[in-house]
Design a protein around this ligand. Sequence first.
Ligand SMILES: NCc1[nH]cc(CCC(=O)O)c1CC(=O)O
Length: 313
Amino acid sequence: MLDKILRIATRQSPLALWQARYVQQGLMACHPGLQVELVPMVTRGDVLLDSPLSKVGGKGLFVKELELALFEDRADIAVHSMKDVPVAFPEGLGLVAICEREDPHDAFVSPHYDDIDALPQGAIVGTSSLRRQCQLSARRPDLVIRSLRGNVGTRLSKLDAGEYDAIILAVAGLKRLELDSRIRQIIPAEISLPAVGQGAVGIECRLDDDNTRRLLRALNHDDTEVRVRAERAMNIRLEGGCQVPIGSYAVLQGNELWLRALVGSPDGREMVYGERRGPREQAEQMGISLADELLARGARAILAEVYQQSKPE
Ligand SMILES: NCc1[nH]cc(CCC(=O)O)c1CC(=O)O
């Protein structure tokens, strides 16, 4: 079965290409003789880069075109940042491998200041993530949060052009693009709880494609998978579909899984936080029960308000 070329559908941003090549190299290393090629494509999310994502239909925009390529057999697998993968998959497609997670934290990037607390009163911080906005504002209500879109490189050039005093990006993306020298502070989870799946790369394929599934199994990282499964179960229960102020972060301490989560209002004034500890085998149950607890303690009302405001005009 090694005569066939395995095709990877990927977006063309530098980060997406890095992740696709990482999977390509991983597959070739695990399966000597296997040929793997990239099929780069443009997604609606890339075309609509200027409109706030929460108003143009959410994160699914980056994924849909890649999934169409899988359905039409123009590609065999799609590589995604787990953070951008919607909670549900179309019938016939599914996530079959999650690679080892890179550092999942948020990064503080600034030409002038060492960390969030060093920012002067009223400083301008760039991020379009409601989750980051919420947690930043909770710690520093004086900060002015301004929208920031585009690829990692674009965001850094906007910072360098002086449009912001600081911006927040994922550590993982900066490391992969060898831009770690730009990181001034790895923001601790106690200050900014990461997004569901942040730092992990997931691989999707046609569920009836047994050969591809077998090849991909070698790339799955069990500890990462269990952590991301807990985080995603939480998110699914919250119906955290698109752009939402939800943080969810699981770590393993031996075989014990520690899951933390929060739902907040974008202005950071309301925040519901909770956590669970339990055996790794119960990753999903923990996620669901934590989501139910947060919903009952006020997350339901916060999320209803956010969805109301982010409806397309
Ligand atoms: N929303 C875009 C996006 N999707 C995944 C990453 C970073 C890499 C990762 O989380 O694996 C980023 C950039 C960022 O948030 O700074």
